[in-house]
Design a protein around this ligand. Sequence first.
Ligand code: CAA
Length: 282
Amino acid sequence: MDFGSFETLTIETSDGVATITINRPEALNALSQKVVEELARVCEVLNNVGGSGLANDPAGAATDDGAWQVRGVILTGAGGKAFVAGADIREMTAMNLDEGEFYARSMHTITLALEALPVPVIACVDGYALGGGCELALAADFIYASERAQFGQPEVNLGLVPGFGGSVRLQQRVGLGVARELIYTGRRIDAHEAHRLGLVNRVLPTREELLAAAAETIREIATKAPTAVALAKRSINEATGRPTAEGLDAEARAFRAAFSTEDMREGTDAFVNKRQAVFPGR
Ligand code: CAA
């Protein structure tokens, strides 16, 4: 899988895990417009990881070259101090209204693209995940954190509001009351409080253990049917924030789509015949 070269990101792939590291440690990995542009390019490449194994490839743009070589994505930040310290405050001082809105909408596109990837994304937060950093982490399927992680939506300190999805996704993750309190106060919380609130799935002592735990989870997921994981992700995302009946309708469509896959035929046949399934990823 060819990602091309980047100024502000590093991408490594190993054993089915693609690790995207935002690499601007001098600015605590703040999401400059360059980072946004490069994240958009990575999402475009990753969107094809399923090849033509997925029925949702209407454009027919994907090929089977390297299909499912990537079974999960780790999103993290370089430098050991921050995941991402937010939108780039320096760049925002020079933006007018239109440019500010464009900046927000560009990151909305990226967060939606991460949610639409056919493989899970785990945000590994080691250090600060503030403002746009917390919002980027919220676009991952779930978050693992190290002991030194700090989360917050401090936009009100700058005369701003969350702009990269925080007013929508934070309440989905932690509930309306907690989201309001965090956003109105701009308060920072540590990894354990984030865990208690359901923002974070797991807290690991060190960065090494954090990344290893996320890779281990992706390897566990990689033993499952790729199309089933992709359809489950799609169905959960389609149901989020919708009335129950609409969510159930999305689920029924995903269940139907699963019946069209070879993975489902293989998984059920393997169970009935008491053998290990070998999923073709189609
Ligand atoms: N944008 C641009 N540069 C940033 C940055 C940001 N969000 N956060 C940190 N930096 C830069 C600093 O300016 C500093 O650069 P210089 O060395 O050139 O001065 C460098 O990173 C290191 O930062 P500090 O010296 O401030 O490090 P610290 O350890 O003293 O403090 C911190 C760390 C508490 C995270 C502090 O940097 C901070 O408060 N950063 C801003 C956090 C924030 O407000 N984020 C929200 C941004 S608005 C937003 O994200 C809107 C949205 O919803 C989209």
